[in-house]
Design a protein around this ligand. Structure first.
Ligand code: KIV
Length: 273
């Protein structure tokens, strides 16, 4: 996926979009070599890479630092950068400053959580030439409003409300939309009625694509296994196993071996022994 046009094309052709979060150069090199369509440098970076208990700690400087390193590792992937907590809720000048920071760091689009009170802001950002990905459902920046990371849109009338929010995002010019932690039926209902693609996380398989957090899908975070995560690897055990093997060899004196050591040129051997 190279541009926003590819998202529209994928939806029109019924091709599922794969997205993964990524936060650093080394991981980005791996994603870059994979078939994954696009990368989200999410504000989940505050949790996965910095150990905070919510995404509220992400700042625009932090986002820029991580976007820059991901861009260096995956220069050919489409990168979406998250607008951090409250970055789009002040003056338009401040909002555009934050957008500029994210885009200059290497993103091709920004992602903004929620729509209430943000219709005009999103419209203005899009009209300024910056593609916006929306994000509805369980928007993690509102964790305190929700009283925790809880599934949203579970009431019978919720699908109508979610659809109207999604349509407002579409009307404001968003090119795609993340639907997070909503019942599968609701996400499917909304996805079928939109022209723009939806990317689900904990939203069932009726969306136009899926996103997972890098650490979750690779099983690097042993303590975090919500219902919607599938671990495609037991990365934690694999990494730990390798570290323990290294530790063992160091302590046994078998690492480094001869092939992993440098030697003095033969002519100096006598001097050094
Ligand atoms: O920050 C993030 O990683 C996200 C995804 C979970 C969609 O917003």
């Amino acid at each position: 996926m190279k541009t926003v046009l590819d998202f529209a094309r994928a939806k029109a052709e019924g091709r599922a979009i794969s997205m993964v979060t990524c936060y650093d150069y080394t991981s980005a090199r791996i994603v870059s070599a994979s078939a994954i369509d696009c990368i989200l440098v999410g504000d989940s970076v505050a949790m996965t890479m910095h150990g905070h208990d919510s995404t509220l700690a992400a700042t625009r400087e932090l986002m820029a630092l991580h976007i820059e390193s991901v861009k260096r590792g995956a220069p050919d992937k489409f990168i979406i950068g998250d607008m951090p907590f409250l970055a789009h809720r002040g003056s338009m000048d401040k909002t555009l400053d934050a957008v500029r920071t994210i885009m200059k760091a290497g993103a091709q689009a920004v992602k903004i959580e929620g729509i209430d009170g943000s219709d005009e802001t999103i419209k203005h950002i899009v009209e300024s030439g910056v593609p916006v990905m929306g994000h509805l459902g369980m928007t993690p920046q509102s964790v305190h409003q929700f009283g925790g990371f809880k599934v949203q849109s579970t009431q019978p009338e919720a699908k109508t409300l979610l659809l109207s929010q999604a349509r407002r995002l579409e009307a404001a010019g968003a090119f795609a939309l993340v639907l997070e932690a909503v019942p599968s039926e609701v996400a499917t209902y909304v996805s079928k009625r939109l022209n723009i693609p939806t990317i689900g996380i904990g939203a069932g398989n009726g969306c136009s694509g899926q996103v997972l957090v890098f650490q979750d899908l690779l099983g690097l975070n042993q303590d975090f296994k919500p219902k919607f995560v599938r671990r495609f690897l037991d990365g934690f055990s694999l990494f730990k196993g390798a570290l323990d093997a290294y530790d063992k060899e160091v302590k046994a004196g078998t690492f480094p071996g001869v092939s992993e050591s440098y030697n003095m040129p033969t002519r100096h051997k006598e001097i050094t022994q």
